[in-house]
Unconditional design. Structure first.
Length: 91
């Protein structure tokens, strides 16, 4: 590669890095502003009220050991990770 091409690529890289830094700065500023106004940032926390009825319907059988976590998740139509999250909420 010739020196002009190398220099051009380096300059393009510098401007891309500058643009990325500006975007990150604006996002951080916006998030800080929203937090200062009392807005909730991110996903709403999951509560016991968010657990679906089908989970409670099959929960006694799961507790009794009639099914494992994978079967429980499949019957409820949930992922295992979600089942673990709901179980932790019920502790």
């Amino acid at each position: 590669m010739d020196p002009m091409s190398t220099a051009f690529l380096q300059m393009a890289s510098i401007f891309n890095q500058l643009e990325l830094s500006l975007i990150r700065s604006r996002v951080r500023s916006g998030v800080a502003n929203a937090k200062a106004k009392g807005k909730q940032i991110g996903r709403k926390p999951t509560t016991k009220d968010d657990i679906p009825a089908v989970f409670y319907k099959h929960f006694p059988a799961f507790q009794a050991g009639h099914m494992n976590t994978s079967e429980f998740a499949r019957i409820c139509g949930l992922s295992r990770t979600t089942v673990y999250k709901y179980l932790k909420l019920l502790e």
